[in-house]
Design a protein around this ligand. Structure first.
Ligand code: NAP
Length: 248
């Protein structure tokens, strides 16, 4: 039987790359996205072109019913699920904390923290061997910002990724005896749409040049780590946080 994963934010960047690579390695994929129908269709077409099975659902990870709906769609289409990539994330424009409005802070926390918790909760409810599930693997996408702090840049965003990491460690211990592994990846500067969304389209090229490897990373390079953590090849790894940062 083919295994199934749920990915949040599969219409572009790291989520789309993880969806394509996981499908290529034999997983059925169910993913959601916020609004980019064109990007979602591209991910679906790429997976179907390689003979993979995929379902895409539009929805907001910060809305509980949308998250439950994504998992229900995955179950309807493919049956039991075996993995989650908690990837959807957002950020505001670069600024200091003193200049931030509450709406921006609330949105970053709702999407990056609450969205991650809600999707993980749904995955645990369905994968836990104590609840009749088959066990599985959760991969949370953090950021190097969690340990760098992003001073003068986006401390609100960095804080949400710190939360992602504490959550990874705690949940990993909480569900280790229920057949579920929980790990996080800390991408560094990766070439995706993310930087343009934050108002800095050249950020990856500009900051990538200053990293130890002298370049930004690609979504495909992060996807390799994601799929390894999803797979049985990482069967004794849980509560771990893996840097994919080119040494940054
Ligand atoms: P991206 O290309 O902008 O992709 C973000 C994805 O998340 C898109 O599919 C987007 O959907 C989806 N999304 C955003 N808000 C959502 C919401 N509320 N509900 C559902 N889906 C939502 O960015 P990326 O670089 O691949 O980012 C993926 C993750 O990597 C994020 O958690 C980010 O914090 C993390 N990260 C990125 C970098 C980097 O340098 N790029 C570095 C460290 C960590 P739409 O396209 O429909 O909006």
């Amino acid at each position: 039987m083919k295994k199934t994963i749920v990915i949040t934010g599969g219409s572009s960047g790291i989520g789309a790359a993880a969806a394509r690579l996981a499908a290529a390695r034999g997983w059925n994929v169910a993913f959601n996205y916020a609004s980019n129908d064109e990007g979602a269709s591209r991910t679906v077409a790429d997976i179907e072109a390689m003979g993979g099975k995929v379902v895409a659902v539009r929805g907001d990870v910060a809305i509980e019913s949308d998250v439950v709906g994504l998992f229900d769609a995955a179950a309807r289409e493919f049956g039991p699920i075996h993995g989650l990539v908690n990837n959807a994330g957002t950020l505001g424009p670069k600024m200091t904390l003193a200049d931030m409005e509450i709406d921006r802070m609330r949105r970053v926390i709702d999407v990056n923290v609450l969205g991650c918790y809600l999707a993980a909760r749904e995955a645990v409810r369905r994968m836990s061997t104590r609840r009749g599930g088959a066990g599985g693997s959760i991969v949370n996408i953090s950021s190097a910002a969690a340990r760098l702090g992003a001073a003068g840049d986006r401390v609100d965003y960095a804080g949400t990724k710190g939360a992602t990491e504490s959550f990874t460690i705690g949940l990993g211990r909480e569900v280790a005896a229920e057949g579920i592994r929980v790990n996080a990846i800390r991408p560094g500067i990766i070439e995706t749409e993310f930087h343009a969304r934050g108002g800095e389209p050249n950020r990856a090229a500009d900051l990538g040049a200053g990293t130890p490897m002298g370049r930004a990373g690609t979504s495909d390079e992060v996807a390799e780590a994601v799929v390894w953590l999803l797979s049985d090849q990482s069967s004794y790894v849980t509560g771990a946080i893996l840097d994919v940062t080119g040494g940054r």
